[in-house]
Design a protein around this ligand. Structure first.
Ligand code: GAR
Length: 212
């Protein structure tokens, strides 16, 4: 059975959704760069091995990434899932895990890379927002996309209400992406594009506000 290591920095709701998703793979460990990440406690109560690699203990990104890689490699995972892991990783680290390292981001990439995605979406008045699971490549929040979910932006939305709607979809699509990866149904090909043997391509449009 394939194995997954999950990297977190805080709350860990995506991690929790993955632990509860009945995936066709083993969650080998949860690793955080912060000892106070709430998700660590959730993982421990479920008997998942945890580790902390505190970024502040390292002089630079390269030495932190080397320590993080050592903690990951102890579990020899097939997939490394960033789930609210809020550190920028070096190119060297990203290349080392090419095709195995995935991330979830709270926007429909390539729109709104970086932070404060929901505030920026509301400011721009967009009508459809969402989340993206993608392979991690050296350019921040720009890797080949595996799956996206779109949600409507409602008239009275606040960053909090929009974030909650998107988060509900994050929990669904992250589990789906990992299911495909672990079954070998999705992969990163030689041309650095997402490839898939999945044939279903339903073409329904998502229109919001709805047409009359
Ligand atoms: C999630 O919304 C995730 O998409 C986002 O942080 C949140 C973590 O929540 N990640 C990023 O912004 C990465 N660029 P969680 O700890 O409850 O899963």
């Amino acid at each position: 059975m394939k194995s997954v290591v999950i990297l977190i920095s805080g709350r860990g709701s995506n991690m929790q959704a993955l632990l509860e998703a009945d995936l066709p793979c083993r969650i080998a460990a949860v690793i955080s760069n912060r000892a106070d990440a709430q998700g660590l406690e959730i993982a421990r109560t479920r008997g998942i091995p945890t580790a902390v690699v505190p970024h502040r203990d390292y002089a630079d990104r390269a030495s932190f990434d080397a320590a993080l890689a050592a903690a990951i490699d102890r579990h020899a995972p097939d997939v490394i899932a960033l789930a609210g892991f809020m550190r920028i990783l070096t190119d060297h680290f990203v290349e080392r895990y090419r095709g195995k390292l995935i991330n979830i981001h709270p926007s429909l990439l390539p729109a709104y890379p970086g932070i404060d995605t929901h505030e920026r979406a509301l400011r721009d008045g967009i009508k459809i927002h969402g989340c993206t699971v993608h392979f991690v490549t050296p350019t921040l929040d720009h890797g080949p996309i595996i799956i996206q979910a779109a949600v409507p932006v409602l008239r009275d939305d606040t960053p909090e209400s929009l974030s909650a709607r998107v988060l509900g979809e994050e929990h669904r699509v992250y589990a789906q992406a990992i299911r495909w990866l672990c079954r070998g149904q999705v992969w990163l090909n030689k041309e650095s594009r997402t490839a898939s043997d999945r044939l279903e391509q339903p073409g329904a449009a998502l229109v919001f506000p709805g047409l009359e």
